[in-house]
Design a protein around this ligand. Structure first.
Ligand code: ATP
Length: 642
């Protein structure tokens, strides 16, 4: 079953062992993936394609699979290197016009009708009469040209980009123009989440390498596939770079992958995350009888600090973006907090704004005013202090599978406090309700959001990359005030404003993200609480993301906004409560057939440290709904420990 689609994604006759991967095979796979919303089908299509790539690559050819994978996720390098595509519409229209001879006006008119420049490029190509068949495109050719486009800068770069794109388009056949243009736009729109790619890659590797020559029963194949997918996801969460993982996979196979691909300083891993809790009683119930620690939950920006053996330092955001340009002061301060015996490390920490004179903690907003790039140390107004709460790599050794108490001991042993620059997250290991309550109040008084409560001992306290784990709980002051946790939602639609607000969107349609189904489920319309200035900013950000039809992976339900957006922008939102809804699709089928909606949603802030895939999921929403229902059935009585 995993390979059932091989014949469909293959290209007949033109792909022999040792040949470069035909771009036609990749785009055929894309078009079949785009045509289905079923995750299993997407997975088996991709598995079939990757399997073919592996079968037809010569030994030691890692690039065929590597470049194919990158094109599937529409990236040209690991996340943290940031070689990005995102070519503007007008440049692409120009290139389409040049390569097809159609006028700019016709292309623009088509775009208005179709709402997808990729489709317009394909229509334009197919309406063109060609005298001879162009040489077929290959994955390495497309990949290297896309990289050249992404990397070219400077004043003559526009003309260069148009010329490369025109050349690529001239060679396109069938679906190719559609996907080349979408790749260039930076939005592939086939609803292909990275998780599916990882699973498919694992399945293809199991079937190509490990099963070769062996006769496995159906049950054995199924269990090996599942095991393989788990290994792949675990390895990738620790070392999220295909540049290392794919060569290792092809050389050593899946079963040994973990031996060769371990957490490595310089490659940011996906951080561990916490689950919300509403009451101290809930913390005690979850951690019953086991040792745990409470730490201040600082209100800053997550910073993963890496130091390599050679002394070079990198600071990464929650989303693996390189933040050295935003925090040159952090980099400059760092050597002062390192002890001599500390060579290489990965620290998990929060970068927090502090008042220059009093040393008091300041809210996140102070940091968010900083530019993201080209910050000069001498221009910095707000000082930043690093509060370290975890050490996940030290002197050549990953520490993920050590208990938190051991990691914390190593952290304290190898780093030193520098007032105003570096400190350890304040913690208390007290375990009674009164102690936690007192510490929570203290944290809020000191300017924190509340507490993080973490398991201290045993394998339950290991560092779990990329996981929202029950072994880390967050206890925010807002929850105790009965407000509930905020949600991070994706802006998927806009409603034009009325009255004074006709030049901007006056309201927005929000959605949560279901990582299993890989779909965005609508949850509410939000339209109050925005200042004119904010609406203008949202307009500026969202207008370029407008599309005429909802993307295939958006499940709109009954929502009918005036315009749809590419799901990209994430907002943090608070709501008065949650209710069942016949209109919206969030968490449909989890609590009831109907979806769940937010009542009186309020915009808190833009979360540009989160991508659309990091948005709140339907399980969290149904959990919140059920907790609220439980609280109401108790007649608003406080639960144990509040
Ligand atoms: P939030 O919206 O609350 O920041 P999140 O989804 O970004 O949530 P959570 O796992 O829910 O992430 O909350 C943990 C976040 O809190 C971390 O990403 C980190 O930035 C911050 N933080 C502050 N202090 C700590 C601490 N002592 N331990 C872990 N994380 C901390």
């Amino acid at each position: 079953e995993a390979l059932s689609r091989t014949a469909e994604v293959d290209v007949k006759g033109g792909w022999k062992v040792g040949d470069p991967v035909p771009y036609a095979a990749l785009t055929k796979t894309f078009s079949l993936i785009e045509a289905t919303t079923k995750r299993l089908e997407k997975t088996s299509l991709l598995t079939s394609f990757f399997w073919l790539v592996i079968q037809r690559s010569k030994t030691d050819d890692y690039n065929s699979l590597l470049q194919s994978v990158y094109l599937c996720i529409n990236r040209l390098s690991p996340d943290y290197v940031g070689v990005e595509l995102g070519i503007g519409e007008s440049l692409l229209i120009k290139a389409i016009s040049e390569s097809t001879g159609r006028s700019l006006a016709t292309i623009k008119a088509d775009l208005k009708k179709e709402g997808d420049l990729g489709l317009v490029a394909m229509i334009s190509k197919n309406s063109q009469k060609t005298l001879f068949k162009p040489k077929p495109l290959t994955v390495p050719f497309v990949f290297s040209n896309l990289r050249e486009i992404a990397l070219s800068s400077g004043h003559s770069s526009q003309a260069k980009k148009v010329s490369i794109i025109t050349k690529l388009l001239a060679a396109c056949q069938d679906f190719e123009a559609k996907y080349i243009v979408r790749s260039l736009e930076g939005k592939l729109r086939i609803g292909n989440a990275e998780r599916t790619v990882l699973v498919a890659l694992a399945h293809a590797a199991v079937l190509a390498k490990e099963q070769a020559g062996k006769r496995w029963s159906k049950e054995k194949v199924a269990s090996r596939l599942e095991e393989g997918a788990n290994i792949m996801k675990a390895v990738y969460s620790e070392l999220p770079t295909y540049d290392i993982v794919i060569p290792a996979l092809l050389t050593h196979g899946l079963s040994d992958l973990h031996t060769y691909c371990k957490l490595t300083p310089g490659v940011p891993l996906k951080p561990m995350l916490a689950k919300p809790t509403k009451a101290i009683g809930e913390v005690l119930d979850r951690f019953e009888g086991r040792r745990f620690t409470c730490e201040y939950k600082y209100d800053g920006e997550r910073a993963q600090v890496h130091r390599l053996e050679d002394g070079s330092v990198s600071v990464f955001s929650r989303n693996s973006e390189d933040m050295k340009a935003k925090y040159p002061d952090l980099v400059e301060q760092l050597p002062r907090c390192i002890k001599e015996k500390t060579k290489s490390f990965v620290l998990d920490a929060e970068a927090v704004a502090i008042d220059k004179t009093s040393g008091k903690l300041m809210p996140f907003q102070e940091l968010s005013r900083r530019k993201r790039k080209d910050v000069k140390v001498e221009d910095i107004q707000v000082k930043v202090c690093l509060f370290a709460f975890d050490l996940i790599y030290l002197n050549g050794e990953p520490l993920l599978q050590k208990s938190l108490s051991e990691r914390r001991e190593l952290l304290r042993e190898h780093f030193q406090i520098v007032p105003g620059e570096f400190d350890f997250a304040k913690s208390s290991d007290g375990s009674t309700t009164d102690e936690i309550q007192a510490f929570l109040e203290e944290s809020v008084k000191d300017g924190c959001e509340g507490l993080m409560v973490k398991m201290l001992e045993s394998d339950a306290s290991f560092y779990e990359p990329s996981r929202r784990s029950v072994n880390w709980l967050k206890l925010k002051k807002d929850y105790l005030a009965g407000v509930g946790d905020s949600l991070d939602l994706v802006v998927v639609g806009g409603y034009y404003g009325k009255g004074k607000r006709t030049n901007v969107y006056g309201a927005f349609l929000l959605a949560c993200f279901d990582a299993d189904a890989e779909e965005y489920q609508t949850i509410c319309k939000i339209g109050t609480g925005f200042s004119e200035e904010m609406l203008q900013t949202h307009w500026d950000t969202l207008r370029p993301l407008e599309v005429t039809k909802p993307r295939g992976d958006i499940k709109p339900g009954g929502a009918k906004p005036d315009v749809w957006f590419e799901p990209k922008v994430v907002w943090e939102v608070l709501a008065a409560d949650l209710s069942l809804s016949p209109v919206y699709t969030a968490a449909q089928g989890l609590v009831e057939e109907r979806g769940i909606s937010l009542r009186f949603p309020r915009f808190i802030r833009v979360r540009d440290d989160k991508s659309a895939d990091d948005a709140t999921g339907p399980e969290q929403i149904s959990e919140m709904y059920e907790r609220q229902a439980l609280a109401q059935s108790k007649g608003g009585k406080k639960s144990k420990g509040d």
